[in-house]
Design a protein around this ligand. Structure first.
Ligand code: GLN
Length: 609
């Protein structure tokens, strides 16, 4: 097992995660089997309790792990399935050490950061790196480890110490350190400045780690003399200095690395020539095609995302990615119109009339409407109104998790005239509970009652749109993260009124997919299909939404239903390939969502720091 550690210097938001994923893509393209570990030096044991509006989306894995969104990046770029253990946090490490201390495992010794915490980190990495994540047998060849945060952060000190010891433990030829840093240009002189990188490398060396490769982020390509200076002061050969300048979309990053022969530099440090398996020249034809296709798309598809607006675009990262994957596959340039659900509500007409008007005009101008998952009461009425609008006006609609539940509430209220219909999440005393709390385990114990991770959905209606989109699969496995579900007692009434429950779990009691057969495209899913969307393998339901929103649904359905898919793996229906992280830089993600939408999706897919 060999390791590539990716660290970051100077500032956060450099796109370290995308760089690390792209290194993985490049090594995979060289024929190596790649796994990844993300280290988050925060104290939370996992991301499940962190607000998506502060920290970005909570990504959900097959095993129910609620993890940092960077793991989503890795899964999408490398097309792998990670486990919760692939995300290490300070909280997990300390919890494990404290548990051992309580069990008496340390035999009376004083338990300390060095060596106990640092040993725990190293053991964890060594253990998890061995797990196959690509569906094949046996351990992978390389593990890419991304250390979150910036060199110099107090929080990451135990990890830096542990990783320094680890490079010694695994020995030369097995460990490669890639340091991603910033080369800014000062407006006054217009010169590329190397000092911040010099300082961050010095900081790294002061902590006992010498970088093998420098990944230099910049707006424009690096000048040759700048590279020479960096090489001299950071003691890294010029051939190992890779320039990651701004590109039009993130799928160019693996290509940028390849063009600068980053794989050669990494493979040399990792001594790959010496092992029996010799890496080959990287094969990146699909990536090349996909990256340039994205740059050239002209015809747009306008999707209204109706959710809580807080300005942090990362809160819905996987949904945005899944929309992008599907749009590229359907030859459309994605335009996301962000519609704050609160602004759609009647009360907003009085309190904030301008915002109300704007929200409704965006909704009405959209080719398709998506209501993503969510928790809590705020803005729910607005989401219900959005689903109602889509239903009544034959506008393509995809409701995810909460987006399905509110569509059911609207149907009960508007079509079945059950005015008081509600979810017990929003009104525990509702007289018509059409969405209820249905824990898989204990009904009395409130802790850990979320239905999390991969669950199976069986299609009980085969002629429906979603079954066709999934290539006529008998069942599908998708990821979940919810507590509430459609009340199974009310399902016969709903069906009588025209709402179809086409997908259910194995018991038949949990409703997984709803459809309105009379509508152009009106689908709700209790699961989150966005988590399994990949560049080149868009999620079928997203593909359906984009196809319906761009007048291509019939063609798509004919094509996809002719694919006989007897197992649970959704296929890429047209062989087109698509991308991953909308932004190369996390810093960008902290800007308001409009800038993401306008800057990246709408206006030429631009990405910068
Ligand atoms: N709040 C809803 C539930 O718990 C929906 C959750 C979600 O959309 N992820 O069931």
């Amino acid at each position: 097992m060999k390791y590539v550690l990716v660290t970051g210097g100077v500032v956060s938001g450099l796109g370290k995660g995308v760089t690390a994923s792209s290194i993985g893509v490049l090594l995979k393209a060289c024929g190596l089997r790649v796994t990844t570990i993300k280290i988050d030096p925060y104290l939370n044991t996992d991301a499940g309790t962190m607000s998506p509006f502060e920290h970005g989306e909570v990504f959900v894995l097959d095993d129910g792990g609620e993890v940092d969104l960077d793991l989503g990046n890795y899964e999408r770029f490398l097309d792998i399935r990670l486990t919760r253990d692939n995300n290490i946090t300070t909280g997990k490490i300390y919890q494990s050490v404290i548990n051992k201390e309580r069990r008496g495992d340390y035999l009376g010794k004083t338990v300390q950061v060095v060596p106990h915490i640092t040993d725990e980190i190293q053991d964890w990495i060594e253990r998890v790196a061995m797990n196959p994540v690509d569906g094949k047998e046996g351990p992978p060849d390389v593990c890419v480890i991304e250390l979150g945060g910036t060199i110099g952060d107090i929080e990451s000190m135990p990890f830096i110490e542990a990783l320094g010891q680890f490079s010694y433990r695994v020995g030369p030829g097995n460990f490669c350190l890639v340091h991603v840093s910033l080369v800014p240009v000062l407006n006054v002189v217009g010169e590329q400045k190397t000092k911040p990188t010099q300082h961050s490398v010095r900081g790294l060396r002061g902590l006992g780690l010498q970088p093998d490769i420098l990944g230099c982020r910049s707006t424009e390509p690096l000048e040759e003399n700048v590279k020479a200076k960096l090489s001299q002061f950071c003691q890294v050969p010029i051939s190992s200095i890779v320039n990651l300048h701004d590109v039009t979309n993130i799928w160019h990053i693996p290509l940028l690395l390849r063009d600068q022969r980053a794989h050669e530099a990494i493979l040399k440090v990792l001594d790959f020539q010496l092992v029996s398996k010799v890496a080959r020249e990287p094969k990146l034809a699909e990536w090349t095609e996909r990256a340039s296709k994205l740059d050239k798309l002209k015809a747009t598809v306008r999707i209204a995302m109706v959710g809580k607006y807080t300005g942090l675009s990362d809160s819905y990262l996987s949904v945005l990615k899944a929309l992008l994957h599907a749009s590229v596959a359907m030859d459309r340039k994605l335009v996301v119109e962000w519609v704050p659900s609160c602004d759609l509500e009647d009360s907003a007409a009085k309190e904030t009339p301008e915002a109300h008007k704007k929200a409704w005009s965006l909704l009405k101008g959209a080719d398709g409407i998506l209501v993503p998952g969510g928790f809590g009461n705020r803005g729910v009425q607005g989401k219900i109104l959005a689903a109602k609008f889509a239903r009544e006006n034959n506008v393509p609609y995809l409701g995810i998790c909460l987006g399905m539940q509110i569509a059911v509430i609207d149907f009960a209220r508007s079509i079945m005239k059950l005015r008081g219909a509600n979810s017990t999440e929003f009104d525990p005393d509702t007289t018509t509970p059409c969405v209820i709390f249905m824990p898989e385990g204990s009904k009395t114990h409130m802790g850990a009652t979320m239905r999390l991770g991969s669950r199976r959905t069986y299609f009980n209606v085969t002629k429906c749109k979603s079954a066709k989109l999934y290539g006529n699969a008998a069942f599908i496995d998708e990821r979940h993260r919810h507590r509430y579900e459609v009340n199974p007692e009310m399902v016969p009434e709903f069906e009588k009124a025209g709402l179809s429950f086409v997908g259910r779990d194995e018991s038949g009691r949990r409703m997984e997919i709803i459809e309105l057969p009379s509508h152009k495209f009106f689908i709700g899913a209790q699961f989150h299909p966005e988590f399994k969307s990949r560049p080149g393998k868009p999620s079928p339901l997203f593909l359906g939404l984009i196809a319906a929103a761009s007048g291509q649904l019939d063609t798509l359905l004919k094509r996809s239903s002719s694919v006989v898919n007897s197992n649970s793996t959704p296929r890429c229906l047209n062989g087109t390939i698509v991308p991953t992280k909308a932004l190369y830089s996390k810093g960008h993600a902290k800007k308001p969502l409009e800038s993401l939408v306008n800057g990246y999706f709408a206006n030429g897919n631009v990405i910068h720091t």
